[in-house]
Design a protein around this ligand. Structure first.
Ligand code: HAM
Length: 430
């Protein structure tokens, strides 16, 4: 009986996983250049963590979390994002006691029970960063610059970065009141979710995906008209610092993000070519969150990129599954044990080696070796065992080598012998 995978959960097969590893490698280089350090976080957290950070009236918490009761009665949730976990870890390990600023990055799967479609999965992967301990505009500008440089390192230069400021504890209440008033006037045009959320969390109206709510948005009051002086100055400085390094994000006055913890700077990365799911990444500042989750009053700012969406933007090619350097072909049972010893010796020295089973004919072994795409087949049968040496076939040049390689040869000697033979045969042909 075939057991299929779960809807919205998928495999990342070799080829695609090699492309992902390449992305991750490039991201690591950029993170190192910006002096960020990796944090590895658990996939399961207490449900309360996400309720209190992402917000009770967000789509994620209301509809999309994978929540279950553990055997001891604790409510647990598969993480829908990484920021809440990073903050929990930061508070729990009291990182703030050993360093005033922490710059962290993470890779990993997140879980949201959304309706699956192209670029939208129930298990998806994020590359994320979080900076703790910096409340100045230069930190937002640096995080945004890092975002641009990451995209550039991936080869994505056409994405649009949109920014907004969501104000702070001081100026948000007046804006909320204005939004509620505006929403009441347009109650009949709002979707059911927005009507319900109007009093509790009116900012969600601006993030609603319902077409009638989207159509209404342009008539909503703008946050920028309600910014306090400190928020206005902060936002102006972020833009000024970005301009100084040659970056000009697009200002989007109604962008609020789908999570409640943001204050001041918020941003999204949009790319065409992804269809309806056009957000590749998003992030922003979340200054009250560390304190709300039981830590000191430490500021935070960060973002996350969706790996599946990045991969979609980059397209299929080139596939980069590595081929083995050597394929060891034992013929017969006696050769099999010796071949295993040789393969192990060369593998421990760092060569990529495929060791074939011994039960097949040399002809079918060679066919398989050709398919594997290796450079050299090393053949070990009774004759070779008697001579204490391996026969070599060059799979690329499709010819047998006139000289054998002794069984005792360490990897360096094996490679050097093959190079030598290659050279002499090249000279012969010259
Ligand atoms: P987010 O905007 O919810 O932010 O997610 C970031 C990115 O994850 C999205 O832009 C998208 O590329 C990807 N993503 C989200 N949901 C899905 C899905 N169902 N399928 C595929 N990809 C998806 C956050 O998660 C924040 N924690 C970002 C952040 C970090 N803010 C501050 N620090």
């Amino acid at each position: 009986m075939k057991i299929p995978s779960v809807k919205g959960f998928r495999d990342v097969l070799p080829g695609e996983s090699a492309r992902w590893a390449a992305l991750e490698g490039r991201a690591r280089d950029v993170f190192a250049a910006y002096n960020f350090h990796e944090i590895r976080l658990p996939i399961v957290e207490r449900t309360e963590l996400f309720r209190r950070s992402i917000g009770e009236t967000t789509d994620i918490v209301e509809k999309e979390m994978y929540t279950f009761t553990d055997r001891d009665g604790t409510s647990l949730t598969l993480r829908p994002e990484g920021t809440a976990s990073a903050v929990r870890a930061y508070v729990e390990s009291a990182l703030y006691q050993s360093e005033t600023v922490s710059k962290l990055f993470y890779f990993g799967p997140m879980f949201r029970r959304e309706r699956p479609q192209r670029g939208r999965l129930r298990q998806f992967y994020q590359i994320g960063v979080e900076v703790f301990g910096r409340d100045d505009a230069a930190a937002d500008a640096e995080v945004l610059t890092l975002l641009y440089d990451l995209l550039h390192a991936f080869g994505i230069d056409g994405a649009e970065v949109q920014v907004n400021s969501l104000g702070c504890r001081d100026c948000r209440p007046a804006y909320r009141a204005a939004l509620v008033e505006w929403g009441r006037k347009h109650l009949s045009a709002l979707c059911e979710d927005c009507r319900r959320r109007l009093d509790q969390n009116p900012l969600r109206l601006l993030d609603c995906k319902n077409p009638s709510c989207i159509a209404l948005r342009d008539s909503a009051p703008r946050m920028s008209e309600y910014w306090c002086d400190a928020c206005r100055a902060h936002h102006g400085r972020v833009l000024e610092l970005l301009r100084a390094v040659g970056l000009e994000p697009h200002q989007q006055p109604y962008m609020v993000r789908g999570l409640d913890y943001y204050c001041r700077t918020a941003f999204e990365v949009l790319a065409s070519g992804l269809g309806a799911q056009n957000a590749v990444g998003g992030g922003g500042r979340y200054d009250g969150l560390v304190r709300d989750l039981g830590g000191p009053d430490v500021a935070g700012v960060g973002f996350a990129l969706g790996v599946e969406r990045l991969a979609m933007l980059l397209g299929e090619s080139p596939t980069v599954t590595a081929s083995p350097e050597f394929i060891v072909l034992p013929i017969g049972e006696r050769a099999e044990a010796v071949a295993a010893t040789l393969a192990r010796r060369w593998r421990l020295s760092g060569a990529r080696i495929e060791l074939e089973p011994s039960g097949k004919s040399l002809k079918s072994q060679m066919r398989r070796a050709d398919k594997l795409g290796g450079r050299y087949a090393l053949i070990l049968g009774d004759d070779e065992l008697a001579a204490d040496a391996l026969s070599v076939r060059d799979l690329e040049a499709r010819c047998d080598y006139p000289r054998a390689v002794r069984l005792e040869a360490p990897l360096a000697e094996l490679r050097a012998t093959l190079d030598e033979i290659k050279l002499t045969s090249a000279e012969r042909h010259a």
